[in-house]
Design a protein around this ligand. Structure first.
Ligand code: NI
Length: 245
């Protein structure tokens, strides 16, 4: 069930059997010369759509995240950490007021992790300081760190996976959007590695936008396998999350 394609009576009925919801969260940022700007939002969204087909309610994707370090590349958009925390507080607060209790954020962007965890701490602090029990369970799960995905990425790409504009994420977007395939030889074949700082520094050290990756290894066929592994990881992890006391 996709929230955007349901009616309020259907959501009310869903709440009688489940108080859980999946919220895909990503980013809008450059992914090298061959990767889509929307990669980090598309990947969790396409996996979440598979979860929706299994009867789980899936909220609209929060597709702009914390991506300040990508701003020197055109098309990238960031929310400040403080803005993203406010967005997450308001989204959770809205749905919690109606009875939702388990919030499963399926994330596609490493740069969101610290901020999403801080948002969870803010939400819990609201209840703790008011001396009331929230009854909320909040979880951040990265689609790219599930056991099946990690094993498959290693099998397909090994060290060439890198950490930004990876062949895994680019393959998955090409599976979702076959017309998005771009064949272009990149130099160097494997991008450099290093720490992330501000946007100016990032572009200086990673001039084509990639970090440590060889996206030339991406393919639609790999993307299909990665989708199946990512969906299996997410379904198993979500069901386990609902069962946690
Ligand atoms: Ni990415």
């Amino acid at each position: 069930m996709l929230l955007q394609q349901t009616t309020w009576p259907e959501v009310q009925e869903y709440l009688e059997r489940s108080q859980g919801i999946v919220i895909p969260i990503g980013s809008t940022e450059q992914h090298g010369p061959t990767g889509l700007i929307g990669t980090d939002a598309i990947c969790p969204e396409v996996i979440a759509r598979g979860m929706a087909e299994a009867g789980i309610l899936v909220a609209p994707t929060l597709s702009i995240g914390m991506a300040q370090h990508h701003l020197a590349f055109p098309g990238s958009i960031t929310l400040r950490p403080s803005t993203l925390i406010s967005v997450i507080r308001d989204v959770v607060g809205s749905l919690a007021s109606q009875g939702f209790r388990q919030f499963y954020f399926l994330n596609g962007h490493g740069g969101n992790i610290a901020t999403v965890q801080a948002a969870f701490a803010e939400i819990w602090a609201d209840y703790s300081l008011a001396q009331s029990a929230s009854g909320l369970k909040l979880k951040l799960a990265n689609w790219f760190t599930g056991a099946r995905i990690v094993a498959l990425s290693r099998e397909l790409f090994g060290e060439a996976e890198g950490s930004h504009a990876t062949p895994s994420e680019i393959s998955l977007t090409w599976h979702a959007y076959p017309d998005a395939v771009r064949d272009q030889a990149l130099t160097p074949v494997r991008a450099p590695n290093g720490p992330i700082r501000d946007a100016h520094d990032y572009r200086k050290h990673f001039p084509d936008g990639r970090i440590g990756s060889e996206p030339g290894l991406a393919s639609r066929a790999h993307g299909r396998r990665l989708y199946e592994a990512g969906l299996a990881d997410a379904l198993a992890d979500y069901r386990a999350f609902l069962d946690v006391v």
